[in-house]
Ligand binder design. Sequence first.
Ligand code: CP
Ligand code: NVA
Length: 302
Amino acid sequence: MNPRHFISLHDLTSAEIRALIQRAIALKNNRDLTFQPLKGKVLAMIFEKSSTRTRISFETGMIQLGGNALFLSPRDTQLGRGEPLEDSARVISSMVDGIMLRTHRHETVTTFAKYSRVPVINGLTELLHPCQLLADMQTYFEQRGDIEGKTVAWIGDGNNMCHSYINAAALLNFNLNIACPEAYQPEPAIVNASTANVRFFDTPAAAASGADLITTDVWASMGQEQEQKLREQAFKNYQVDRPIMDAAHADALFMHCLPAHRGEEVTSDVIDGPQSVVFAQAENRLHAQKALLELLLSEKCS
Ligand code: CP
Ligand code: NVA
């Protein structure tokens, strides 16, 4: 049987995402240490880029579910010396029960999935960050209930996080207002699959108007460090500050996948203020991914 991968949110149905969110909430409240559905299972974690939340949440999640996780850096494996991805995927997947990858090129993850005999999970590529969206959606559901019909404003770069919000808008049927500088718009191919749920605005204030959730991300993602100065100029009018939050509903939430740059994409008073749920969101990476690991790696599903 072909393994089930999680490379994009579209690898799950709307019903499965809602069920996974409820499962994540249940696991968060589960204090039963004898619950070990992944006993004896091993997750390989391949990181080409830095990580705090993704690494710790996957590793802790595997341990809490009774399994183990291996941190693999290309620096220390033959991947960094050019062993073909196809061979690496075959070899690694012959020894472990799941593979999580964070890579520079999305194609690395899709190639792994093609040649892996176990589930492959996208832990962030330059194109998508679907695991973060599971945590974001869990956080919204916990704080406000189902997101269907609500309005989310994405302000800033049309990047991997923006792309996964576009996917989520179609799957969970919410409205996504996007305000990005002209040269930093999201990929048309991703937008075109969600047109009914996505609208574009010229200014952050217009996108934020009437929103239930305001979210943003860094102006320069991993791998774009050399563009930092250029991007600071391009994004200077795209900061989430108090006036932007005031344009949204009075009870609107603020989210950021973190790490954040206070004084750039968000002001301190917003990210450290009462509408911000960024630390609940970060913690939910653990719970949402435990639900995902249980779904993909437990006996009954793999
Ligand atoms: N949000 C997120 O993926 O954080 P890390 O880069 O620390 O994993
Ligand atoms: N867009 C950011 C997200 C980090 C979690 C990046 O790719 O660096």
